[in-house]
Design a protein around this ligand. Structure first.
Ligand code: FEO
Length: 171
């Protein structure tokens, strides 16, 4: 049986991950609009991954006797005026998500809820990758984003990203 606090935070995280998907879809839309299809592809896949994260929290909650309450998803309200704006917003957002995961982990630790801690271990590692990827996007843009030819090549490189289902599978 999940402690009420842990169950509440896990349920909240479904919404946060759905919002993350919205946020990245909005970034994909921005880049589609700017004809940077590689960047759009990158964030479209990122949105799919966030949906996967949301569904993992849903499944874990259901598998452990928790109740799922879906709340309204906030509207992405960021306005992007420069190509690099979404990259910085994404990096900041992933740092925020890491803090959310850590917060759930701390609540589980407090309750000696080792099962939830083990479940969250995957997300702890995943957040390390998410932050690194987001940081790398900024570095690459700083290096290549200000020259038209280099930006064209970078955009082409980002077209190669393909969706992969998460390595964590819950039955
Ligand atoms: Fe679900 Fe990007 O963290």
């Amino acid at each position: 049986m999940l402690a009420a606090k842990v169950a509440e935070l896990l349920n909240d995280q479904i919404n946060k991950e759905m919002y993350s998907a919205y946020l990245y879809l909005d970034m994909a839309d921005y880049y589609e609009d700017e004809s940077l299809e590689g960047f759009a592809n990158w964030y479209y896949i990122q949105a799919q991954e966030e949906m996967d994260h949301a569904l993992l929290f849903r499944k874990y909650l259901l598998n452990n006797g928790g109740k799922v309450t879906l709340e309204a998803i906030a509207k992405p309200d960021k306005v992007y005026t420069k190509y690099e704006d979404p990259l910085h917003a994404a990096f900041e957002h992933e740092q925020y998500v890491t803090a959310l995961i850590n917060n759930i982990y701390a609540a589980a630790y407090e309750e000696k809820d080792f099962r939830t801690m083990q479940f969250l271990d995957w997300f702890v590692k995943e957040q390390g990758e998410e932050e690194k990827n987001a940081g790398d996007m900024i570095k690459k843009f700083d290096l290549f984003g200000h020259d038209a030819k280099a930006l064209y090549m970078l955009d082409n490189e980002l077209k190669a990203r393909v969706y992969a289902a998460p390595s964590l599978v819950l039955d």
